[in-house]
Design a protein around this ligand. Structure first.
Ligand code: HPA
Length: 293
């Protein structure tokens, strides 16, 4: 493995990218939002937008997935300064895992204190329905079990400690605030809280894999988010994440259902307005929490 400093996404590269971005935008973001497949509409909520294409950002990876725009949007949400990633990076695109989490470290170096991540996921919990929104309370990091963790390699203490705690990865306070906001908005019928499992993808899971993951305690399965959460916690930002359940994972050999990317994008579009409302309500209620950072 190469030291990160020689591969273009170590501390110096992240700092140079953060400084370059801050020179483009007048907003000083406190909240960083990552939009999952079909959920890019979150960025459209921002006022006084400054949009920067990933292809124009020094050192930034490029998004290759259909449904992911590849833009960074700065702006304010009811006065709160935010930056939004429209399009993220995945292991299955072939990026080194340190490159996938580079934008999160750039968030940190731009002054972001809270990271909000959204994703599309398959529902493993048999009570879940397509269109449910799951607040992520914990995760299973399957690539991490085989040594594919974004913090592998030399640790740069300027970001964080060598062995960061993950039992408090998802801010309980933000989960609670989101539950309250969801109840007030009348979303209780489709709002859930559960455990998200990340796999490398890009192939969807077999029936046996879905059954195994469910028995291991996962409520939803996807191909993102966890790496970003680990990087965000490593450098001391508070994290909130949610999954839009875009399809039911196939758990039964008699089932005729098949997971496909079009279904994922369609469900994203249908539920996106409510998801945007939930996240924007949450953003207005966030306060820095020094206990967690
Ligand atoms: N599996 C993995 N990733 C996904 C799924 C799924 O069923 N749905 C959306 N992303």
């Amino acid at each position: 493995m190469f030291p990160e400093s020689s591969t273009g996404y170590g501390y110096e590269a992240c700092k140079a990218t953060a400084d370059w971005l801050l020179a483009q935008a007048s907003v000083r973001p406190l909240v960083g939002i990552v939009c999952g497949s079909g959920l890019g509409g979150l960025a459209d909520m921002l006022k006084d937008q400054k949009v920067v294409r990933y292809s124009d950002i020094p050192n930034f990876p490029q998004s290759t997935v259909h449904g992911h725009a590849g833009r960074l949007v700065f702006g304010t949400l009811k006065g709160k300064p935010c930056v939004c990633m429209q399009g993220r990076f995945h292991l299955y695109e072939g990026y080194p895992i340190q490159k996938i989490i580079m934008p999160i470290r750039v968030f940190k170096l731009m002054g972001v204190e809270t990271v909000i991540l959204t994703n599309a996921a398959g529902g493993l919990n048999q009570d879940y329905k397509v269109g449910d929104v799951m607040i992520i309370k914990d995760h299973l990091n399957m690539p991490g079990f085989s040594g594919n963790n974004p913090l592998c390699g030399p640790n740069d203490e300027r970001f964080g400690t060598r062995f960061p705690c993950m039992s408090d990865a998802y801010s309980r306070r933000l989960c609670q605030l989101a539950q309250e906001a969801g109840t007030e908005l009348g979303y209780s019928d489709f709002l859930r809280e559960g455990v998200y499992c990340v796999l490398g993808g890009p192939s969807f899971e077999t029936i046996a894999e879905c059954r195994m993951l469910n028995r291991l305690g996962a409520d939803a399965v996807g191909m993102s988010t966890v790496h970003e959460v680990i990087a965000a916690r490593h450098c001391g930002m508070q994290v909130f994440a949610l999954s839009l359940i875009t399809n039911k994972a196939v758990m039964d050999y008699d089932s005729e259902e098949k997971a496909n990317h079009e279904e994922v994008l369609q469900t994203g579009e249908q539920r996106s307005q409510q998801l945007v409302k939930l996240v924007s309500t949450l953003v207005t209620r966030i306060t820095p929490n020094n206990d967690e950072c």
